[in-house]
Design a protein around this ligand. Structure first.
Ligand SMILES: [Zn+2]
Length: 227
């Protein structure tokens, strides 16, 4: 059966209507918004998107996930240690949870060992203002701080029985977009205490809230384009 064509504007309008209804019922929503064609523009956001695109079994759902996010249909996204909770509107409201295992201890130790003494400021860490050497260690999809393919399980109330439905893909891209604004959420998601992990001597609380985390030339650094 042919799907009825629904324009991007209609998708976005329906999402906003459902979000408004939920807000009227007293729900506090945290929408995720793509930052341009690349979804994310900061070091952490961009590297996150790149990491999820390594999971080849999920490849078929990723374009739909990107499209859903770009149409502003991820109306709520909450990041907790080991858990992403999202509401995505795709003709109707879907609610999902993505469970992420704790990082592998050995891998964490290896990351910490390679970064010892090379990260002196949490602000630099969050801004991705570090040497290319260290950024490569942290952002490595296979050995850095991002989850691996086998560490993730999505549970959505849609009928798609794929291991990752389009709504979960949208939520994962939404995490990338959110990391542009609040990169510390990655550490929260992974259950890593930045201050003790990197031993920088500064506290996350002392960081200004209105810091600009956007970076230049990321596609050059990673040698890829997310589109
Ligand atoms: Zn779904």
């Amino acid at each position: 059966m042919m799907e009825r064509y629904v324009s991007a504007k209609d998708k976005s309008t329906l999402a906003q209507k459902i979000a408004q209804d939920l807000a009227d019922q007293g729900e506090i929503l945290h929408p995720a918004t793509a930052h341009g064609k690349k979804i994310a523009t900061s070091f952490w956001g961009y590297a996150w998107c790149r990491a999820i695109e390594q999971w080849q079994d999920y490849e078929s759902r990723l374009p739909a996930g990107r499209s859903l996010l770009r149409n502003n249909t991820v109306i709520d996204l909450v990041i907790e240690p080991g858990l992403i909770k999202a509401k995505v509107v795709h003709k109707e409201l879907f609610e999902l949870r993505i469970f992420i295992d704790e990082p592998d201890e050995e891998r964490l130790t290896a990351v910490r060992d390679r970064c010892t003494g090379k990260i002196t400021s949490l602000l630099d860490l969050l801004q991705g203002n570090l040497t290319e050497d260290i950024l490569t260690v942290l952002g490595d999809p296979d050995n850095g701080l991002f989850p691996e393919y086998g560490q993730i399980r999505a549970s959505c109330n849609c009928i798609d029985d794929a291991c990752l439905c389009a709504h979960a893909a949208a939520a994962l891209y939404g995490v990338g977009a959110m990391l542009d604004e609040e990169p510390a959420l990655l550490f929260k998601l992974r259950g890593i205490d930045m201050e003790s992990f990197f031993d920088t001597g500064t506290t996350a609380d002392s960081l200004a809230a209105d810091v600009d985390f956007s970076s230049q030339d990321l596609s050059e650094m990673f040698g890829i384009h997310l589109d």
